[in-house]
Design a protein. Structure first.
Length: 91
């Protein structure tokens, strides 16, 4: 059973998914690579990143994705545009 997302949080999940996709691409990673490093399925990563799908996910998944992207989880949540220090950290 899919979890529903309150309307006020809908745009937040979409923005977060777009941020994850953008940073993944900047890191030169495929969805498959991010999925493997974060311990979630590629289809789950795909649905999180899809701007036309609102896919809620747990803090554990957020932390795992942030670790895989070498970024602080709060940086994913707090900014629509990443500061220079994040773009420069392309490990």
């Amino acid at each position: 059973m899919a979890k529903s997302v309150e309307f006020k949080n809908r745009d937040r999940f979409i923005q977060l998914g777009i941020a994850i996709a953008a940073l993944r691409k900047m890191r030169g990673m495929s969805q498959e690579q991010l999925a493997e490093k974060s311990g979630v399925s590629r289809s789950h990563i795909s649905s999180i990143e899809a701007p036309n799908i609102v896919r809620p996910f747990s803090l554990e998944v957020l932390y795992n994705i942030a670790d895989a992207l070498n970024i602080e989880p709060g940086d994913l949540l707090n900014t629509p545009m990443f500061p220079d220090k994040i773009w420069e950290n392309k490990k």
